[in-house]
Design a protein around this ligand. Structure first.
Ligand SMILES: Cc1ncc(C[n+]2csc(CCOP(=O)(O)OP(=O)(O)O)c2C)c(N)n1
Length: 246
C-alpha cells in the first residue's frame, strides 16, 4: 500500500495503489511528497497533471492539483504560476503528453523560461491507452502502433527531450535521472529537490526527465523491466545533468 501525503502531512492508508506492479509513477510521486515535505512547501504546491497513468496519482497525494487537457500542462502551469507566483508549480507529464501531443506548449514554455518545474516521465510508451508508440520509444521496440518495432525510416528516431531543450537559451536546469536502482532513486529525489529550490529562487524553467518502466505495456515482469532500463533505455537516454546554470 502506498503512503499518501496530505496537505497536513498526515499519511493516509485508506487507499490501495491502482498502479500496475513495477510501475514507477508510485516511486516518483512518493519522492515528490517527501521533497515537498522536507522543503516545507506542501501548502504552496500546485501540481498540473498530464493525461495518462500519471493522472492516477491525484487519488494518492493531497496537494492542490489540476488536470490539464492532454499535452497542455505547460500552458496551464504558465497561467497558474504567473497569477500565483508564490505557489510552487510543477507539471507531472508522461512522454506521450509532454513530448508528443503537447510538444508545442512544452517547448514554448521552456523557451519563455517560465518559472515552474516539469517532472517528465519517460517510460518509452503511451501507458494508459495500451502501449502506443511515443516519441521516446526505442528503435526496434514494439508498440501497438508499431507491431514490428520502431523503424527509423518510418517513425523517426527516439526523441531526447533534455538535449532538445538544451538548444534553447532560457531553461535553467535540465537533468535526466532514473528510478531503476536505489542509488538512482536517491539521485532522482535530489534532482526534484534541486529543481523545486531553483523555482523558489525564481531561476526559471527546470525539467527533470525520469527514465521509468512500464512493465505492463513492455510485456515484461517488473524485475526484467529493470534490466530493460539498464540495458536498453539508459544507453539511449544517458543519465546526468544536461544543463545547470546554478
Ligand atoms: C485529446 C486527447 N487525445 C487522446 C487521449 C487518449 N489518451 C489518454 S492517455 C494517453 C496516453 C498518455 O501517455 P503518456 O503521456 O506517455 O502517459 P502514461 O500513461 O504512460 O503515464 C492518450 C493518448 C485523450 N485522453 N485526450
Amino acid at each position: 500500500m502506498e503512503k499518501i501525503y496530505s496537505r497536513t502531512l498526515t499519511i493516509q492508508e485508506d487507499k490501495v495503489s491502482g498502479f500496475c506492479p513495477g510501475c514507477m509513477h508510485s516511486t516518483v510521486i512518493k519522492l515528490i511528497g517527501e521533497v515537498l515535505d522536507e522543503l516545507n512547501v506542501v501548502d504552496k504546491a500546485v501540481c498540473v497533471q498530464g493525461i495518462g497513468c500519471c493522472g492516477l496519482h491525484m487519488d494518492y497525494i493531497a496537494y492542490d492539483d489540476i488536470t490539464a487537457p492532454h499535452g497542455r500542462a505547460c500552458a496551464v502551469a504558465t497561467g497558474i504560476k504567473r497569477t500565483s507566483p508564490g505557489s510552487l508549480v510543477f507539471t507531472y507529464q508522461g512522454d506521450g503528453d509532454f513530448a508528443s501531443i503537447g510538444l508545442a506548449e512544452s517547448v514554448s514554455a521552456a523557451n519563455r523560461g517560465e518559472n515552474f518545474t516539469v517532472i517528465f516521465i519517460n517510460n518509452g510508451i503511451y501507458g494508459m491507452t495500451g502501449g502506443q508508440m511515443a516519441p521516446t520509444t526505442l528503435l526496434g521496440m514494439k508498440a501497438t502502433t508499431a507491431p514490428k518495432g520502431r523503424i527509423a525510416e518510418e517513425h523517426g528516431y527516439p526523441m531526447h527531450i533534455c538535449e532538445l531543450l538544451d538548444q534553447l537559451t532560457a531553461p535553467h536546469y535540465l537533468e535526466r535521472v532514473s528510478c531503476n536502482t536505489p542509488q538512482n532513486v536517491i539521485k532522482t529525489k535530489n534532482a526534484i529537490k534541486k529543481a523545486f529550490q531553483y523555482q523558489m529562487e525564481g531561476k526559471g524553467f527546470s525539467l527533470v526527465e525520469i527514465v521509468t518502466s512500464c512493465p505492463t505495456n513492455w510485456g515484461l515482469d517488473p524485475l526484467d523491466a529493470l534490466d530493460f532500463i539498464e540495458q536498453k533505455m539508459l544507453p539511449e537516454y544517458p543519465l546526468g545533468v544536461v544543463r545547470d546554470k546554478k
